[in-house]
Design a protein around this ligand. Sequence first.
Ligand code: FE2
Ligand code: FE2
Length: 190
Amino acid sequence: MICDDTTTEPEVLVAEFLTDVETLRKRAREHIKMGPITEAYGADRDRVISVLNEALATELVCILRYKRHFYTATGLNAAPVAAEFLQHANEEQQHADQIALRITQLQGEPNFDPEGLATRSHAEYDASLDLLDMVREDLIAERVAIESYSEIITWLGTSDSTTRRMLEDILAVEEEHADDLLSILQDMNP
Ligand SMILES: [Fe+2]
Ligand SMILES: [Fe+2]
């Protein structure tokens, strides 16, 4: 193919919202200790870290509640329900790990202190002995988590897309948990 050398390239327009490359490079060097957090980070970092620590406490309490329910579930229908409790416990553990990692990326400290854990958590612990009560309490806790994650996501808006995306993924799993529990509840108590 023969190229037409006389054709002039259209002028490439740099989007106006982008900071010029010199300034970007200078800023990246200046605050190197902040790791992935740059001047473009639009949220209140300290508040995001405290909100994430509350979410971490919520996940940790949910792990403990599901583990308690898994090990104490008894009765005729217990086996498949207990299996569901265990699966939820493992997924809450993944959420706790994701949230703790994000807190460290934001240069904060994940709070795993057992002191005050139940107070920091949005959802509650439960030690019911009846299988139906366990499922009901788990469903309530999931609904609390769904509501608080939805509010945090709205609050973040576009100010911290990485945290928001992570929480949106977690929220989707909490909705699945609530749906699983509702099905179990309906099977057990039509
Ligand atoms: Fe979770
Ligand atoms: Fe959940």
